[in-house]
Design a protein around this ligand. Structure first.
Ligand code: S3P
Length: 172
């Protein structure tokens, strides 16, 4: 089965919003990786990082993605780091298409600055830090993605329509 859509991209790129809109507009089932991991662990992402470390969190992400191979018609909002591991990307490719949602560092900053749920940004909540981390991650996002959709200045509906059009024409 190869019909899932995996939304990858930086924290605050809009993956959760777009995934919810895809569910609402196109009747796909929604999988929010961070929420699923929090429910499974009965603790927040921040607690998992603080108590068990980032490597443990990353292993939960891999297990979740590898467990989705029998799932279909789902839109998966991936954690911002999920596309950094080759085995995660391979698991995503086995069950669906990977869409990179891009956004400028300034846009990301505006979207994330009032939240304290992302351990990697705590104490580094500024555009320069976001820009640097994005530069490290960008090649991985681009390599993993079947195609990219820009999000700056576009509504969730426009972005979803762009995704569906690319999926339909298979032209990426
Ligand atoms: C992370 C992104 C977060 C969450 C965790 C680590 C990352 O998800 O998985 O804090 O490494 O970029 P969002 O991209 O949904 O914020």
């Amino acid at each position: 089965m190869k019909s899932n859509i995996f939304l990858i991209g930086f924290m605050g790129a809009g993956k959760s919003t777009i995934a919810r809109t895809m569910r609402d507009l196109y009747g796909m089932s929604l999988i929010e990786m961070d929420e699923q991991i929090e429910a499974q662990e009965s603790r927040s992402i921040s607690q998992i990082f603080a108590e068990s470390g980032e490597a443990y969190f990353r292993s939960l992400e891999t297990a979740l993605l590898e467990g989705l191979e029998q799932t279909g018609n789902a839109v998966v909002s991936c954690g911002g780091g999920a596309a950094m591991r080759d085995e995660n990307v391979a698991a995503m490719h086995r069950s669906g298409k990977i869409v990179y949602l891009s956004a400028a560092p300034e846009t990301i900053y505006e979207r994330v600055k009032d939240f304290h749920t992302r351990p990697l940004l705590e104490g580094h909540m500024n555009v320069a830090y976001i820009e640097n981390l994005m530069a490290v991650r960008l090649p991985h996002y681009l390599k993993a993605a079947d195609f990219t959709v820009e999000t700056d200045g576009r509504s969730a509906e426009e972005i979803c329509a762009g995704i569906v059009e690319k999926m339909r024409c298979d032209c990426y």
